[in-house]
Design a protein around this ligand. Structure first.
Ligand SMILES: [Zn+2]
Length: 291
């Protein structure tokens, strides 16, 4: 459990899984091992598991306590979900809810759930299994989702595409729509508490990053714009999970340049702990300074 502050906001990071995930040559279709071997001290190179050769990942949520509201950013993997193409997380049984409790958050305390995008590993705890039915995990929450993002995955769902994202739309998104708890918003949505969306398309069509500002301090929940620090060494590497790899590359390159220049504090969705940090220019590429 990690706690950081953004001004008056208290941010708890609740990890559901941290460890080796996937081979870099699978995840990055343009992967080039020589580039990694030439930069052994880069945090991207160091965050490849030696034993398995897989990228080290974290899957976590952020809880933002603003003083007015309790907000969950990205609801992670979820228990009992059918994810046969992701055997590591198929019918998962994690201690996520108990871990939220350790952050002082009971499920009824969450006022808003915001998802940077609707991939399976960002919506899982939107729902939980109760008597064989998927019900909202957070009974008092509004689930804020990008209208454009929702429309895309609704299309995938209707087409019956064989993908974990279609399964997630069915078991983790539609149930909160049925209870009337979903709120579809534009990609520049803002909540009065000092959190707002910025459109960051490419990884998914309606992908966003979420800005936070409180007491003169700022940070960006950057979601899956940058999955792994290796993409700071090679910003052009999109992933097998990107809907539009070319647009994803363009968005990622723009945001990396911008945040390196501004020294923005980032809270990415998959960087292993301590997760939060800043992008810095290094030679012709970039590196990451973990806090
Ligand atoms: Zn993700």
């Amino acid at each position: 459990m990690q706690i950081t502050r953004i001004g008056d906001f208290e941010v708890h990071q609740v990890a559901e899984y941290e460890g080796p995930f996937i081979a870099p040559e699978t995840f990055f279709p343009d992967f080039d091992r020589a580039a990694v071997e030439a930069n052994p001290q880069h945090p991207g190179a160091r965050l490849i598991d030696r034993a398995s050769g897989n990228l080290l990942f974290s899957f976590h949520s952020f809880v933002v306590k603003t003083g007015h509201h309790t907000i969950l950013i990205d609801s992670c993997l979820g228990n009992d979900k059918e994810r046969p193409t992701r055997p590591q997380f198929h019918r998962l049984r994690s201690s996520y809810i108990a871990d939220l409790g350790r952050a002082g958050v009971n499920t009824e305390d969450v006022d808003y759930v915001m998802c940077t995008h609707l991939h399976w590993d960002h919506v899982g705890w939107n729902t939980r299994l109760e008597n064989g039915r998927w019900v909202p995990t957070f009974p008092n929450a509004r689930y804020v989702m990008g209208r454009r993002e929702f429309a895309h995955w609704e299309g995938v769902y209707r087409n019956g595409e064989d993908s974990p994202h279609r399964l997630a739309f069915e078991d983790s998104v539609l149930p909160v729509v049925r209870t009337g708890q979903s709120v579809l918003v534009d990609d520049d949505y803002a909540l009065e508490d000092g959190l707002w969306f910025e459109s960051a398309p490419g990884h998914t069509p309606g992908n966003v990053v979420i800005h936070a500002r409180s007491g003169g301090e700022t940070a960006v929940f950057s979601g899956d714009v940058i999955h792994h620090p290796l993409q700071l060494l090679k910003p052009e590497w999109s992933t097998l999970a990107c809907t539009d790899p070319a647009l994803s590359r363009q968005t990622r390159t723009r945001l990396i340049e911008e945040h390196a220049e501004r020294g923005t504090r980032l809270l990415p969705a998959h960087f292993p702990s301590p997760t939060a940090g800043r992008i810095m220019r290094e030679g012709t590429a970039y590196t990451y300074a973990f806090e």
